[in-house]
Design a protein around this ligand. Structure first.
Ligand SMILES: Cc1cc2nc3c(=O)[nH]c(=O)nc-3n(C[C@H](O)[C@H](O)[C@H](O)COP(=O)(O)OP(=O)(O)OC[C@H]3O[C@@H](n4cnc5c(N)ncnc54)[C@H](O)[C@@H]3O)c2cc1C
Length: 378
């Protein structure tokens, strides 16, 4: 029996796979092609994409000329446009990066870095201006980033899937990719549908294969024949916990201290969700296993970190909320690494695109990352 055949198979229905599906199906070259998004879970976005801060980042922190910087800036613009056009909830609340007098040079360095990346709208606030804007915040200076915002990430992913399906993209949930082998034209993909004891084998063919499996991108890459296994980078799991705050939000903007020196994370900051509820986090901790539990024992550590910019914090109002895991390419203590979006054509595997290390600002950059993949496949 002839195998089902697709032009493109996208592995993983996180925000990246869904954005790729939409941008591919909107592109002239792929608009009439058969595209399938294959997802192991019962629904979309159940891993990194639903366990993050839901912040639309401005593009301040990333190394000059990096993919993170370029795709964050472009992605931010595309994302606000998408939200407006398709009625996805987002709010451009602005963000304050706050600091004391003794570290003003670090704030200046951050402004210079942002300018290198093309973020030229940062504004300085002195203590008085900061007090006027955010009376609950204690700091000598702040940099205001007016283009930073928040988004309803679930509604965003839903819109991506819905629009892609309207373009003819097929969505295959509960389907785990087990192996990918080379065929005379493209690839043969072996999957199990259904999960558990009742799962069934299903095999199909595709011309191009896009690996955007998030935390599993490395292990999936090792299952791809011809994927040049020696170049598969190691993915380090770096967990971030969040605490909610059972009180009305003390802030109207997002409030961040200076980022951690080792750039593992952006320090325990405060963000708001679309309902106006404040949450604090994420911290950053390299872990060996996936475990999304948040230990209440971290409450005092969080309270101490938050008190540096919000002295009126009540530790007892902090409640363990949720956590997410970053797919880091940098091991503990190593300098931050860039996204990898790799085309294997020149390495002898045409049609294979793999994405590794899509940590923050992946949500912000998602549509720009997707356009990058469309270009590589065109
Ligand atoms: C703590 C934290 C905070 C963050 N905050 C922000 C932020 O505020 N702003 C921002 O821009 N970015 C943020 N990010 C980054 C952003 O969330 C990610 O870049 C983005 O969600 C990555 O999406 P993804 O599609 O690559 O991964 P995922 O959402 O994990 O999707 C991968 C999918 O692949 C599926 N899969 C895996 N293996 C297989 C297989 N063999 N077969 C079939 N399916 C498979 C998985 O089930 C999963 O659904 C944050 C990340 C973290 C962890």
């Amino acid at each position: 029996m002839a195998l089902d055949r697709f032009d493109v198979c996208i592995a993983g229905a996180g925000v990246i796979g869904l954005a790729i599906a939409l941008q591919l199906s909107n592109s002239r070259r792929f608009s009439n092609k058969a595209i399938v998004v294959v997802e192991r879970e019962a629904g979309f976005g159940q891993h990194i994409s639903s366990r993050n801060s839901e912040v639309i980042h401005a593009g301040i922190y990333y190394a000059a000329d990096s993919l993170k910087a370029r795709l964050c800036l472009r992605g931010k613009r595309l994302l606000y446009e998408h939200c407006q056009r398709h009625g996805v909830g987002c709010r451009q609340l602005g963000k304050l990066i706050v600091a004391g007098k003794s570290v003003i040079n670090e704030l200046e360095a951050l402004q210079a870095k942002a300018a290198c990346n093309g973020v030229d709208d940062l504004q300085w606030l002195d203590r008085r201006q900061l007090q006027q804007r955010e009376p609950a915040v204690e700091a000598d200076y702040a940099l205001l980033s007016p283009s930073t915002g928040i988004i309803d990430s679930h509604a965003y992913m839903q819109s991506l899937l819905h629009l892609a399906q309207n373009n003819g993209v097929e969505f295959a949930p509960r389907t785990e990719i087990k192996a990918v082998s080379r065929a005379s034209q493209g690839f043969i993909v072996d999957t199990r549908i259904g999960g558990g004891n009742n799962s069934e084998a299903y095999q199909f063919g595709c011309e191009s294969f896009v690996n955007c499996a998030g935390l599993d991108a490395g292990s999936l890459a090792r299952k791809i024949e011809g994927g040049k296994q020696q170049t598969v980078p190691e993915i380090h799991l770096c967990k971030g916990d969040y605490f909610s705050y059972s009180a009305a939000s003390p802030f109207g903007s997002l409030v961040y201290p200076l980022p951690e020196k080792n750039t593992q994370g952006l320090s325990i900051h405060s963000t708001l969700d679309m309902a106006g509820q404040v949450r604090f986090g994420p911290d950053s901790e390299y872990v060996d296993e996936r475990n999304y539990d948040v230990s209440p024992s971290k409450r005092e550590i969080f309270a101490a970190a938050i008190a540096t910019y919000f002295p009126a914090i009540s530790a007892e109002k902090l409640q363990p909320a949720y956590s997410g895991i970053r797919p880091k390419l940098a091991a503990r203590g190593e300098p931050a690494a860039d996204f990898i979006i790799e085309n294997y054509e020149k390495k002898g595997t045409p049609g294979l695109i793999q994405l590794f290390g899509i940590e923050s600002p992946g949500l912000t950059a998602s549509l720009a990352i997707a356009d990058e993949v469309v270009q590589l496949l065109s």
